[in-house]
Design a protein around this ligand. Sequence first.
Ligand SMILES: Nc1nc2c(ncn2[C@@H]2O[C@H](COP(=O)(O)OP(=O)(O)OP(=O)(O)O)[C@@H](O)[C@H]2O)c(=O)[nH]1
Ligand SMILES: [Mg+2]
Length: 430
Amino acid sequence: MANSQSLAPQTVSSKDPKVAAQAASDMRNIVRRKLTGYVGFANLPNQWHRKSVRKGFNFNVMVVGESGLGKSTLVNTLFNTSLYPPKERKPPSLDISKTVSIQSISADIEENGVRLRLTVVDTPGFGDFINNDESWDPIVKNIEQRFDAYLDAENKVNRMNIVDNRIHAVVFFIQPTGHSLKPLDVEVMKKLHTKVNLIPVIAKSDTLTDEEISAFKHRILADINHHRIQIFEGPRYEMDDEETVAENAEIMSKVPFAVVGANAEVTTRDGRKVRGRRYPWGVIEVDNEEHCDFVKLRQMLIRTHMEELKENTNNFLYENYRSEKLAAMGVQQDSSVFKEVNPAVKQEEERSLHEAKLQKMEMEMKMVFQQKVLEKESKLRQSEEELYARHREMKEQLDRQRQELEEKKTRIETGRPIEEKGKRKGFSLR
Ligand SMILES: Nc1nc2c(ncn2[C@@H]2O[C@H](COP(=O)(O)OP(=O)(O)OP(=O)(O)O)[C@@H](O)[C@H]2O)c(=O)[nH]1
Ligand SMILES: [Mg+2]
C-alpha cells in the first residue's frame, strides 16, 4: 500500500486552472524516491536509439581553402574509403580539374543497419586573383543560404520533415608553407568562425617533414589563438569512460590535421596495394596513421565527433544566426513573454525579495514594540507619580497625627485637661 502511494504519478492533468496551479506548486515539492521494482524507463535510450536509426542520420561537411591545395582530391579520398559500400565503389578518379563552382557530393552509407547520408560540399579555391577581396563571398553566402532554408522550413506550418542541409563542419585547408597563417586565411577564417565549426588541416602534408609538421602545427595554433579565431574544440566529458576520453583527447591533439589526399591506388615496395602517393623514394599511404592524419580526421568527422558537431551547429551557430536575422528583420523578442529564466538569478531574486520582506516585518515589529514600551513607560511614570503623591499625603497625615499625639502626651504629662483638645481636628484618644 505504502509502496503504491510512493509511486503515484506526479503529473498535472487538470483543466481547472486553480487545480492545475495547485498541482504545479505541489510538483515543486517532488520527493526523490527509490524504486523497489523494475518500472522500465531505463529502456528510454533504446527507444531513442531505435527511432534515430529508423530516421537515419545526415551529416554535411564543406571543404574550404586556397586553390590547388587538394580539396577535391581529399573529398574523393574520403568517398573512396571503406565508407563506400564495396560494390558501389567508384574507380579512383583521375580528374584533377580546377573546381569552379560549389558542388555537393552525397553518399548513403549503411553500417550495422544504421543509415548515414554523408554530403561533402566542394568549393572553388580562393586566392587566385590579384585582388582577393571578397573572394570568399560565395562560400559565406552558401553557408548562409543553408541556414536561411532551414529557418524557412522551421517557420512553415508543417515542420515534420525538415531536411537539415546546414553545414556541420568546414575542413579548412592551410597551405603547407611551414611559416604561419596567411593574412588571407586569417580573414576567411574570421568570416567563417561564427557560422561554422572550423576544422583546420595542413594540406599536402607529404611536402613537409615530421619535425616541420609539428613546428607548423604549433605555429598555426598560436596564430589562431592570437587572432581569436574560434576553431572546433571537442567536448570535455569527464563522465565518459576512460577509453572514450583518451580517444577523443588523442584525436583533438592532432588538430590541425596534417592530411594527404590521393586518387590512385599504388603498390608499395612490399607488394601491398594502398591508396597513396608514389615518389621515387617511396610511397605515402593515406590510410597509414604513421604517414599522415587523414584517418584521424575521418574518425573525428564520422565516428567520434559527428553528433557534437551537429549539436554545436544547431545550438550555437544556427541559433546565433537565427536571432541576428530575426532581429535585423525587426522581430523583437518580447522579453516579458519570452523571458529566459536563469534558475540561479531567479533564486537570488526571490531570496532578496524575501529578505526585504523580512526586514520590513522586523522594522514594523520594532516600531510596534517601541510604541508599546513608550506607552508602558508613560503609564508607569504616571502611576509612580500617583504613588509618590499618595505617599507624600500619607506621610503628611502621619506627621500630623504624630504631632497631635506628641501634643497630647505633653499635655497629659503636664496634667492639663484634655477637653480643650476635643475642638481640634484629627484623632482623639477617646
Ligand atoms: N603532394 C600532394 N599533392 C596533392 C595532394 N592532394 C592533391 N594534390 C595535388 O594537387 C593538385 C590540386 O588538387 P585539387 O584536389 O584539384 O585541389 P583543389 O583544392 O580542389 O583546387 P581548386 O579546385 O582549384 O580549389 C592536384 O595535382 C593533386 O594531385 C597531396 O596531399 N599531396
Ligand atoms: Mg577543387
